[in-house]
Design a protein around this ligand. Structure first.
Ligand code: ADP
Ligand code: MG
Ligand code: MG
Length: 499
């Protein structure tokens, strides 16, 4: 049996900062020492679990870790215990998944809306301009995508000021961590099965997380709609990828559960080895491709030359199922997020009033920079805003001092430069003390978290084959850091325990 004071010192691990600072509950030194010893034991057990179950990434320290599978592996960064998360917000976030899936599909059908919403951005942002150019070409030939596959992740933070669940962004391309995310939930459940009693935490309160197998199943079902037994799924990847095991989990599920082969190709390889047959069939390296699943192609760095753009265009011109198509990709831009938040825009795409209300409830304040009032407010109070360019992958947003300086500079330039950005209300999640494990070292810090809900959507003409929530990913970062990417080195993988 464990003394209550010892249990308390564990529980405060993921207490809120106010609770943690409450004082009188602090355990006596003896118990605190024992708690630290058990924590060290847990951290070691967790690291072993990661190695044995494939919760791993390539190690930056090994130059071959991004190119040679099985070389230079390190456990993915993770939090020792799951984050507490209120059941009501969890339910709200899950309910939103199919609604967002459908919204993406509906918006993607309105090519004029995408082109006109992004027309000013296009003038100042070359990358967006290139994407729009491909999109315009497809519009010009009236390209039809009968089979539509979306594997999305909608990210949220709990805003402590308003006590509400607010969306950070919706990712429609290359959404990462379905593989490792589901494993973190398993890791936490396994740790709580062993230490849960001491901690006063019930492993049953960690929601099941089948993101990896559900995403693989969606890829399989899309493949099946294509109706060609020898066709493959092609994963478009970066030439160097330290997060390859997250991707290999899907490859593995596809093969083991569905007997479907997945090949990996870079955009340059697609260009060199690929062709589109007269009937639209995409053939790469001699193999007919049923489904193209992008885990690259979302950032300018993925297109170092014209070769990669040709590869992207080739895919788009083919009749292979694209996840995402160019239009799904564009729907996921920050600019479209901001346009959809304007009054009466959702109504153009969604008929169901309840759905509209649910969507609007999770929208934070979003503004384009042609709104002088808001630009003025942001310069006066930069800490209440985030300034976002049309980029993905973390590390691109501007905060505080940088935000103010950038706005002042862009205003002086007087041109269209402001159109490259959107402004967003800054969300302030409550901080809590968390044990983080990175590179085999466990340390404690004040953290904030972001919950991502995976969603899968598959439609063949009028038949909606899948429209589901597919597990989740919690990411936790030190509260003093602005950005949140795990791959970018800002955050750790986490899961949730419902309260
Ligand atoms: P990306 O597509 O690069 O992931 P995000 O919009 O998700 O861009 O922003 C990156 C990170 O910045 C998020 O994971 C989050 O940690 C932080 N962030 C973004 N928007 C906000 C916001 N409105 N309030 C607070 N933090 C934010
Ligand atoms: Mg993103
Ligand atoms: Mg993000």
């Amino acid at each position: 049996a464990v003394r209550p004071s010892l249990r308390r010192s564990f529980v405060s691990l993921r207490a809120t900062s106010t609770e943690a600072a409450a004082g009188p509950d602090v355990a006596p030194t003896g118990d605190a020492g024992k708690a630290a010893a058990v924590r060290a034991e847990m951290a070691e057990a967790a690291a072993v679990w990661c190695a044995l179950h494939g919760l791993v990434v390539g190690d930056r320290a090994d130059p071959r870790s991004g190119t040679v599978p099985g070389v230079g592996l390190v456990h993915a960064p993770f939090s020792l215990l799951p984050a507490r998360f209120p059941s009501s917000f969890w339910k709200q976030a899950c309910e939103l998944a199919p609604i967002f899936n459908e919204l993406v599909d509906r918006v993607s059908l309105d090519g004029e809306f995408l082109q006109s919403s992004l027309s000013r951005t296009r003038q100042v942002d070359d990358f967006t301009a290139r994407l729009l150019e491909i999109h315009a070409k497809m519009m010009a030939v009236n390209k039809k995508e009968d089979i539509r596959l979306g594997l999305h992740r909608s990210d949220y933070m709990l805003d402590s000021e308003t006590n509400s669940l607010l969306q950070i962004e919706l990712n429609t391309i290359s959404t990462s961590f379905p593989g490792l995310g589901s494993l973190v939930s398993k890791l936490h459940r396994s740790l709580l099965n062993r230490y849960g009693e001491v901690l006063g935490l019930d492993s049953e309160r960690i929601p099941p997380n089948w993101a990896a197998s559900q995403f693989a199943e969606a890829l399989y079902k899309a493949w099946a709609e294509y109706h060609h037994d020898s066709a493959v799924v092609m994963m478009v990847v970066q030439p160097e990828e330290r997060n390859m095991y997250d991707q290999y989990w899907l490859v593995n599920h596809l093969k083991e559960s569905h007997g479907v082969t997945a090949i990996r190709k870079t955009l340059a390889q697609v260009e060199a080895e690929g062709q589109v047959l007269p009937d639209g069939t995409l053939v790469v390296d001699g193999r007919r491709v049923a489904v193209v699943y992008f885990r690259a192609g979302y950032a300018p760095n993925d297109y170092p030359s014209e070769v990669e753009w040709s590869g992207r265009l080739l895919i788009e011109e083919s009749s292979a199922i694209k996840c995402p198509s160019i239009s799904y990709h564009l729907v996921g831009t920050k600019k479209i997020q901001q346009e959809l938040a304007k009054p009466n825009v959702l109504e153009r795409f969604v008929d169901n009033k309840t759905h509209i209300a649910k969507l609007r409830k999770c929208f934070a304040g979003l503004w384009s920079l042609d709104n002088d009032e808001i630009v003025k407010s942001a310069i006066e109070k930069p800490d209440l805003f985030v300034l976002k360019p049309q980029r993905e992958g973390g590390g691109n947003n501007l905060y505080g001092h940088d935000l103010r300086e950038t706005l002042i500079r862009l205003q002086k330039e007087q041109g269209e430069a402001l159109a490259a950005y959107i402004l967003m209300q800054r969300i302030f999640p409550r901080a809590s003390l968390t044990q983080l494990v990175q590179g085999g070292v466990c340390f404690e810090d004040l953290t904030i978290s972001e919950l991502g809900i995976f969603g899968a959507y598959l439609r063949n003409k009028d038949n909606i084959v899948i429209n589901d929530q597919c597990g989740y990913l919690m990411r936790t970062k030190v509260s003093s850091s602005n950005e949140g990417g795990v791959a970018a080195g800002f955050a750790v993988l986490d899961s949730i325990i419902l309260t």
